[in-house]
Every structure is written in C-alpha cells, then in structure tokens.
Ligand binder design. Structure first.
Ligand SMILES: [Zn+2]
Length: 260
C-alpha cells in the first residue's frame, strides 16, 4: 500500500505534467487530509509539482490552521495573525522528519478540509482558466456552467472570488467566499475560480480532485471558444442544478472521477 505522501506525489506529477498545462516551475499545490491525526500533508514551498516526491510534502496541524482562519474571520487580518500563520508554515515537517516551510497557499486547503467535506484538494494555474479569471468580465464568465459534464463534475454553479494576495488574505477571502456560497446555495462549491490567479478543486479521492480540474479546464476552453464565437450561452441555472443532482448523474460522476 502506498503512503499518503506517495499518493499525493502521484497526483502532483500528473497535474504538473507539461502537457496538462496546469502548472509550471513551482506553481500550484495540493494537500490531503489525515483526519485521524488532526493533520494534513501539503506541498512544501518552492517544490515543482511535476517533480514532487514523498519528501516534498510536509505535515501541518489542521486545528491550529483552522484557529487562524476563524480568528481572522472574526477579527480581521492583523500582523499578529500573519506571524502566527508564518510560524505554523515554518513548523511543518516532511514524513521523514525534515523541517521545510509549507506552501504560502496552505490555508486554501484548510478551508477544503474544514468546510467543504473534502479530503483531497488541488490548486493549479491552468492557462485557459487564468485567461478568463484575468479578463474584465471574469465574474460574468463564471456565473453559470456551459455544458452538462461541467454541471455534474464541477457543480452547477462555480464560485468566483476576486483577487487576493497569497497568504492570510487569500485564505480569509476563500473562507468567507465558501461560507457565503454554502449559505446561499445550500451546497459545497466544487470549482472555485480565483481572480487573476487560478483554480481550486476538491474530492474524497485524488482522482476526483484531478478529474474535476480537467473538466474545469475543458469548460474554460469552451468559454473561450464561445466568447470567440459571439458570447457564452450558459445552461440555465435551474437546469444545471437539476442535472447535477439527478441520482444517475451522481453515479456517473463517481464513475467518471474514478475513485473506488
Ligand atoms: Zn496559486
């Protein structure tokens, strides 16, 4: 049986393959939850996804990370909380016990584990998604879904968040955005678009997290094609929700995403 560090390295190498065009250099990151031990593995800062191996991942405390998010959500960002986050990121250790700093984008994954009922979380910078997320009408381009598999795999309504500086600001904006989305729609977002930045997808297996990213990238290309062909005609939101919650489509999602 593979260790979690080996499993997540496999995910990173596939997500970081040059052909996938999801990340280059040290872009992007991923994380996996070890709920029984109140911790998660996340990419160490500066690691190239496509070359990741087991010692490129570090353990971080889940409850300590949640404390920071909750404090920031209640009291706002402060230099004290920035330092507390920095201390947590610096206290991370690899499975082999070597100290390495965790990714600056770690809090995004904390939200996935704490709020979105996921155990796997993948964050990348796919060119078609960032093209849309860097456009003047980014929020409008992500106000709906464009083909049935996007509704089923990536959820019927994307969550678009405006740009935030990596670190506590990004984590806090992500947390607030996910809370608001859940209140508004009564479900978890399955694709989160970060303005001028990238894409976040989740799952309860690495295949689900990766397949959701792949469909989101295809959906981004379709948006770009539709814009070039005169404009996007979204699937009406009610129809997108109907298809996303049909039992046969939920079963199909499980098959498509490939986790056993
Ligand atoms: Zn990023």
């Amino acid at each position: 049986m593979s260790t979690l560090a080996e499993e997540i390295s496999d995910l990173a190498v596939r997500a970081g393959a040059p052909d996938a065009d999801l990340t280059i250099l040290a872009e992007g990151n991923a994380a996996v939850l070890d709920a029984a031990n109140d911790r998660f593995l996340v990419k160490a800062s500066g690691v190239v996804m496509g070359e990741a191996t087991a010692e490129d991942w570090v353990w971080v405390s889940l409850s300590k990370s949640i404390e920071i998010l909750d404090d920031a959500n209640k009291n706002g960002r402060s230099p004290k909380l920035d330092s507390a986050l920095d201390a947590i990121l610096k206290s991370a250790v690899t499975p082999g016990g070597v100290s390495k700093k965790a990714s600056i984008e770690t809090l995004v994954h904390v939200v996935a584990f704490h709020l979105l009922e996921s155990t796997w979380s993948l964050h990348t910078h796919p060119t078609p998604v960032v093209s849309l997320a860097a456009s003047v009408k980014a929020a409008e381009h992500y106000s709906g879904t464009v083909f049935p598999d996007e509704s089923v795999i990536c959820g019927p309504i994307p969550l678009y968040l405006p740009y935030d500086e990596p670190g506590l600001s990004l984590g806090l904006g992500f947390y607030k955005g996910a809370i608001k989305y859940k209140e508004e729609y009564g479900m978890n977002p399955r694709q989160i678009i970060l303005g001028n930045h990238g894409l976040c997808t989740f799952g309860n297996g690495k295949e689900e997290a990766l397949a959701t990213t792949q469909i989101a990238v295809k959906a981004a290309r379709i948006r770009l094609g539709a814009l070039a062909a005169g404009g996007i005609n979204f699937i009406p939101n009610t129809a997108a929700q109907t298809i996303a919650f049909r039992p046969d489509e939920i079963a199909r999602r499980a098959l498509l995403t490939g986790d056993k």
